[in-house]
Design a protein around this ligand. Structure first.
Ligand SMILES: [Zn+2]
Length: 181
């Protein structure tokens, strides 16, 4: 769903990939003042892959998991794994991942020494900003939630948000930088 979105004034990532974020003084100042440097590191091939999944799923929402290793507030993604959008009633505006599929993905990740560090989904013909439903549906504290906008079947901007807080009652989606390596 896309109703009730928070205003979100700084579009962060589109293509081409970001330059070194430390060169972006505005962002550095903003993160520094919040004492946080949330960051999602993705290699170009995985970033391209998840954009491709988003285009293939159009006009429905795609969804998937991001596997890798977390280090403090930095999550490094080693693989973007596509999932089936199990949302039967309105897959153009909602997504859900079957818990059984997620269990399999998690098992495979552990076997490779990784863990689930985030999730991604697409917003067909809608900006890459989280909705109240996206927040309600997000339950993995400390994980990244990447949203890719798809405009007329072409992947456009992408943004990432980390689920902060300690429990359902105080959880929030906070901006984080996507760094393409
Ligand atoms: Zn969404």
């Amino acid at each position: 769903m896309r109703q009730g979105q928070m205003s979100h004034t700084v579009p962060r990532v589109g293509k081409p990939p970001l330059p070194d974020w430390s060169q972006r003084k505005g962002l550095v100042g903003r993160f520094a003042s919040a004492n946080h440097r949330f960051m999602l590191k993705l290699c170009q091939s995985e970033f391209d892959a998840l954009r491709r999944y988003a285009e293939q799923a159009y006009p429905q929402e795609c969804c998937g998991a991001l596997l890798g290793t977390p280090t403090g507030d930095i999550r490094e993604v080693c693989a973007a794994v596509p999932c089936t959008n199990a949302q039967a009633d309105s897959p153009q505006t909602r997504y859900s991942i079957d818990p059984r599929e997620l269990v399999c993905i998690q098992r495979d990740a552990h076997e490779r020494g990784w863990e689930i560090v985030g999730f991604y989904h697409s917003h067909p013909d809608h900006p890459a900003r989280w909705s109240t439903t996206d927040l309600e549906d997000a339950h993995w504290i400390g994980c990244s939630y990447v949203i890719v906008s798809v405009e007329g079947s072409r992947a456009a901007a992408a943004n990432s948000f980390v689920l902060t807080g300690t429990r359902e009652e105080d959880k929030a989606l906070s901006d984080e930088e996507i760094v393409i390596e």
